[in-house]
Write a protein that binds this ligand. Structure first.
Ligand code: HAX
Length: 439
């Protein structure tokens, strides 16, 4: 058993008794109530999911295992000469809640190298898909295709005890995550670079390998490290995390579950917003002849979009009520590495104007930028002008969080998800009852 799996085994054992005690002794404790507005409004804020891997505070933003993004970056071992931590060390941290030593990190690096080899049939399948298909469709199909190799599905068929589910889920999740850089880069090079895939370089780490296979020189490896880490997890209620958890709760394996998560990530209100931001910026720049708009021009552009009934992509959030610290982390990178980039200046100008306009517009509960407002600008700077691809990069990062959660879901024996639906007539009836009682 590898060192991470060994460590997890102990942690899952302890946590399992903790959760069992909690549900047995305090299972009927009321922690929330549900309003009609929440019921018809996307279950917003209803407390009915559990994860210890990340927590999203509306004011503070995300914490991974209790650490903010800057604290996370500071706590984890870094690839020599690089500014951001190994993705492999972050995986260890997400799964265990402990920052690994350099040796422990290198053990994951070497474990993932053994797991990273992508079956040939995945490339064969990708090559049969029409090239003008969206890359998120290709990505999701590639992930789903690997289901035939699922160890969880195989072990389930041959019979295993519930307490053992997490072990084969760990194997599937680790295999799946380790293969994603090559799959993502292959789709990119096949679709956007005249079908010129680049062979993996075994001495590189997860993110360095991705940069190499994308064909983009330094510091793109660090862009990838930062990007994968900040996009990894945002607690359990967002669409990609929730879809993965929901599908996994039927004991579908990691491949089925993550493919479903990716399909949710591909929605324009979720991960696809990063490509929408670039599309919006490009159409705005067309109007100004490529010049960064003045404040007045930007205000006009934002109002024009709102008045035509569209959202400002990259702004607003279902939970956050301040600037997304993931946006801030990317902004710090831009300040250091690409301060004169016109698109960076564009998003800064937008930031000066959009929150006030959105407040005046009066609809969104959060007028501040989210993670997607700046990520595409960095990709564009490093030569990825094919903005349809941005959500695939988000998806590689997202795999870390949702797969870590899926392993823990099976470790703690979380149940099949099955909320209850009601009819509109029932809601009307309860509303009238309540009104009568108040009167
Ligand atoms: N521009 C214009 N209107 C906006 C808006 C924006 N950026 N954000 C929210 N609104 C509107 C909503 O459309 C909604 O209008 P209606 O009442 O007419 O339906 C109203 O404000 C209230 O919405 P909310 O409660 O503030 O926000 P929601 O929880 O419903 O939605 C979204 C959150 C992120 C989907 C929303 O803010 C949005 O559409 N933003 C733009 C798209 C985007 O950036 N998505 C990426 C979010 C981050 C993420 O998940 N990345 O993966």
């Amino acid at each position: 058993m590898d060192i991470l799996k060994e460590k997890l085994k102990d942690k899952i054992h302890v946590q399992r008794s903790r959760v069992q005690k909690l549900t047995k002794e305090y299972g009927s404790t009321v922690i929330d109530e549900v309003t009609i507005e929440q019921c018809v409004g996307g279950a917003r804020d209803i407390k009915c999911l559990v994860t210890d891997i990340s927590y999203l505070d509306p004011q503070e933003g995300i914490r991974f295992r209790g650490k903010t993004i800057p604290e996370t970056f500071a706590a984890l071992p870094k690839f020599p000469g690089c500014e951001y931590p190994y993705v492999e060390s972050f995986w260890y941290f997400l799964l265990t809640g402990e920052a690994p030593s350099s040796d422990q990190t290198l053990a994951i690096v070497s474990d993932w190298k053994k797991r990273a080899s992508v079956p040939k049939y995945v490339f064969d399948i990708l090559r049969t898909i029409p090239r003008d298909t969206h890359p998120m469709v290709m990505f999701s199909i590639a992930v789903l295709a690997m289901q035939r190799d699922s160890l969880f599905a195989k072990s389930y068929r041959t019979g295993m005890r519930k307490e053992e589910y997490w072990e084969s889920m760990y194997e599937d999740a680790s295999n799946l995550v380790a293969r994603l850089p090559e799959i993502g880069a292959y789709i990119f090079r096949m679709k956007y670079r005249n079908d010129t895939p680049i062979t993996p370089q075994p001495e590189l780490d997860f993110a360095g390998g991705f940069a190499h296979m994308m064909g983009i020189p330094k510091p793109y490896d660090d862009v990838a490290r930062m990007n994968f880490i900040i996009h990894s997890d945002h607690e359990s209620g967002n669409v990609s995390a929730h879809a993965t958890h929901l599908v996994g709760s039927a004991l579908s394996d990691a491949f089925y579950a993550f493919s479903a998560g990716l399909d949710g990530l591909a929605g324009p209100l979720h991960g696809l917003a990063n490509q929408e931001v670039l599309r919006w910026i490009q159409s705005a720049l067309e109007k100004t002849g490529g010049r960064v708009p003045t404040r007045d021009e930007m205000e006009h552009l934002v109002w024009q979009t709102l008045n035509s009934g569209q959202v400002i992509p990259g702004y607003g959030h279902a939970v956050l009520r301040r600037t997304d610290p993931r946006y801030t982390a990317q902004n710090e990178f831009c300040k250091k590495h690409m301060p004169d980039d016109p698109l960076f200046q564009f998003i800064n100008r937008l930031f000066e104007v959009a929150p006030d306009v959105l407040r005046e517009h009066g609809k969104t509960k959060n007028p501040w930028p989210n993670v997607d407002a700046g990520s595409g600008v960095i990709q564009w700077h490093y030569g990825i002008r094919d903005f349809d691809f941005y959500t695939v990069i988000f998806g590689i990062g997202r795999s870390l969080g949702v797969m870590a959660n899926l392993i823990w879901d099976r470790g703690l024996g979380y149940a099949l998800e099955r909320p209850k639906s009601v009819t509109t007539e029932m809601l009307e009836h309860w509303a009238m009852e309540k009104a009568r009682k108040v009167a």
